[in-house]
Design a protein around this ligand. Structure first.
Ligand code: SF4
Length: 185
């Protein structure tokens, strides 16, 4: 067994959705050895091998696994957080036990899609970034042909929720993001 136990240590308001919470759980064991195997079997993961983080997207929620802790975003309450943590612990342990049968995947973010990015942009097509539409900007961003900081409106208070989720996704995928806008764990 790789992960024996976890404990919720912090519960914060979810910046992406004020009616939900963000949960941080400390874990009893280092789990990063399981990340390339989880990345191989789960769809839509974002694996940042140098930073030792794996972000799992499930039912519109984001779970980020770090070597020593786990963060959960857009969570209803602590009961739901406990259920997700229990699911994650079983998933991590079962996957790690079967690692001899799984080819590890060390690729970073092949699944990062322009449409997922587009949904988190302001969507006003204001052209301030130099692109004709937000979708065109999203396509360039995924291809690393532009930078998120060029979307000036995103950094206004109005888009704080979208911005924090987007920066978290980009950061997990190894993209450069402005430090002042990133979520603190
Ligand atoms: S600056 Fe942002 S909101 Fe305006 S078009 Fe570009 S991506 Fe869309």
């Amino acid at each position: 067994m790789l992960l024996h136990s976890y404990k919720i240590t912090r519960t914060l308001p979810c910046l992406a959705d004020p009616e939900k919470i963000r949960v941080i759980a400390e874990i009893s064991d280092e789990i990063h050895e399981a990340f390339p195997y989880l990345n191989a079997i789960l769809k839509g993961c974002i694996y940042n091998h140098p930073a030792l983080t794996l972000t799992i997207k499930k039912d519109g929620k984001l779970f980020t696994l770090h070597a020593h802790h786990i963060t959960l975003a857009k969570i209803e309450d602590e009961k739901e957080a406990e259920e997700i943590l229990s699911w994650l612990r079983d998933l991590i342990n079962e996957t790690y036990e079967k690692r001899d049968q799984i080819e590890p995947n060390y690729s970073m973010a092949a699944e990062l899609k322009a449409l997922d990015i587009f949904k988190l942009l302001p969507g006003t097509n204001c052209k301030k970034c130099g692109e004709l539409t937000c979708l065109a900007f999203a396509v360039k961003l995924v291809g690393r042909d532009t930078e998120i900081k060029r979307c000036d409106p995103l950094f206004s208070e109005k888009y704080q929720g979208k911005r924090n989720v987007l920066l978290e996704i980009l950061q997990a995928a190894g993209y450069e993001v402005p430090m002042s806008g990133s979520l603190a764990d």
